[in-house]
Design a protein around this ligand. Structure first.
Ligand code: SAH
Length: 218
């Protein structure tokens, strides 16, 4: 497929997978229409990049379905002055979408090779406001916090307490919470020391492995 084909596929994705299912945030829709998702998947999967499903990106990990990226980004309600933390860089695609919405994005990934590849793609896509960090993001990224928004793109048994601690007052966090096999999107709002949680749609993410997620042999 040539660039015109990809641009067309992206437009169709936004109309039929996002707008038709109720995604309304203009910034999210614009970012997803502009960011070349096909450059964030392994080259042999580029043609499937705009399909309505997650794809394998290596190391047993996945890039989320476009609708899930849009839904989580919309729920996060990012504003242009925000500093955002993403836990689970994976391909770097979600970070690229956030970079278009926020002032600054810190994204943390436990696999060094995925982090390195994602950093390269983000650079190529011109996302100059993203910092990719290697480490266990289940405990957040204390050196870079606090954050106005935190998004976890891996499934956790509970909202990691360290992430709540690194959430600024007035901040919001979105995290899939549940079992290893099925979760719900949980939204946490931080109103100056008080945390309010609400539960949203069902979802399935790969596990958050680490100190405040699951242990590798659970
Ligand atoms: N947001 C990604 C998809 C994430 S898949 C994208 O847009 O492509 C989930 C990612 O979380 C995987 O890459 C996995 O390695 C990573 N992960 C799992 N546990 C982690 C942890 N404790 N810290 C950082 N990354 C973690």
């Amino acid at each position: 497929m040539n660039e015109t084909g990809y641009t067309e596929a992206r437009r169709t994705m936004v109309e039929s997978q996002l707008r038709a299912r109720g995604i309304r945030d203009p910034g999210v829709l614009r970012a997803m229409e502009e960011i070349p998702r096909h450059l964030f998947v392994p080259p042999d999967l580029a043609k499937q990049a705009y399909d309505d499903r997650p794809l394998d990106i290596g190391a047993g990990q996945t890039i989320s379905q476009p609708y899930m990226v849009a839904l989580m980004s919309e729920l996060l309600a990012v504003e242009p002055h925000h500093r955002v933390l993403e836990v689970g860089t994976g391909s770097g695609y979600q970070a690229a979408i956030l970079a278009a919405l926020a002032r600054e994005v810190v994204t943390i990934e436990r696999f060094e090779n995925l982090a390195r590849q994602a950093a390269g793609r983000l650079r190529d896509a011109g996302c100059g406001n993203v910092r990719v960090v290697v480490g266990d993001g289940s405990a957040g990224a204390r050196d870079y916090g606090p954050f106005d928004r935190i998004i976890v793109t891996a499934a956790s048994p509970l909202v990691p307490p360290s992430l709540k601690e690194q959430l600024a007052a007035g901040g919001r966090l979105v995290c899939p919470v549940g079992t290893r096999h099925a979760q719900k999107l949980v939204v946490v709002d931080h109103g100056d020391g008080v945390f309010e949680e609400s539960e949203g749609v069902g979802c399935v993410f790969v596990p958050l492995l680490g100190k405040e997620g699951w242990s590798e042999d659970d």
